[in-house]
Design a protein around this ligand. Sequence first.
Ligand SMILES: [Fe+2]
Length: 248
Amino acid sequence: METTIDFTQIKIKDLVTENFHTAELFEKLGIDFCCNGDRILKTALDEKNISNSKFLSEFEKFKNSSLIEYQKYSEWDLDFLTQYIIENHHKYVKNAIPNISNHLQKVFEAHGEKHSFIVNVQKIFFEVAEELSHHMMKEERILFPIIKYLADSQKLREKPKTRGYVTVQNPIRQMEAEHVSAGNALENIRRLTNNYTLPEDSCATFQITYKELEEFEKDLHKHVHLENNILFPKAIKLEERLIKGIYD
Ligand SMILES: [Fe+2]
């Protein structure tokens, strides 16, 4: 069945929330679907000079791909979603950081003199790795337990007690700001490497490092999408309802 999309009403994040695999399409088109997912589709397409019909034909291809495994993250329990994020995204980042750092060091030693941008890539990656490590720790130790507490309050049909954070919106705003910062850092790396275009004299380690960095960026986009567009708005809504004594 052919899809009808209201280009002037629908937001990018709505399409991605409905089916995460459309994220690949937005990545391919160079459209930010996580930190800037609130934008109307038409606005984002106009910026990239992409017509509605061109977008629709690409969209159909993605939607109909037999490889698409359909996951409705938006239907999951909040607690389950936080566990999913920890198990899939936080674990991935923790493993990827030492690998990429090692490979970047090797690339720097072999090619740093000739390709001076590598030292800057290394510096930005080091900073974003530090930032993300703290970010994930704050989510795991502060924000996610608050969300679990809210989910438990709903199950027990109890009003949540006021805590030091006042409202879940406060830690959420902080996490969103950190997502923007990490997204910008990866964007800078993409720019410095000319969209991960390998120099002619690149070696296998160079190629692997670029692949790993691209994968790291992709994973960040998904992590940010799941939180900014699904987990956070649902947690805010849940808190508001619980405070009003609505438990269903
Ligand atoms: Fe996050």
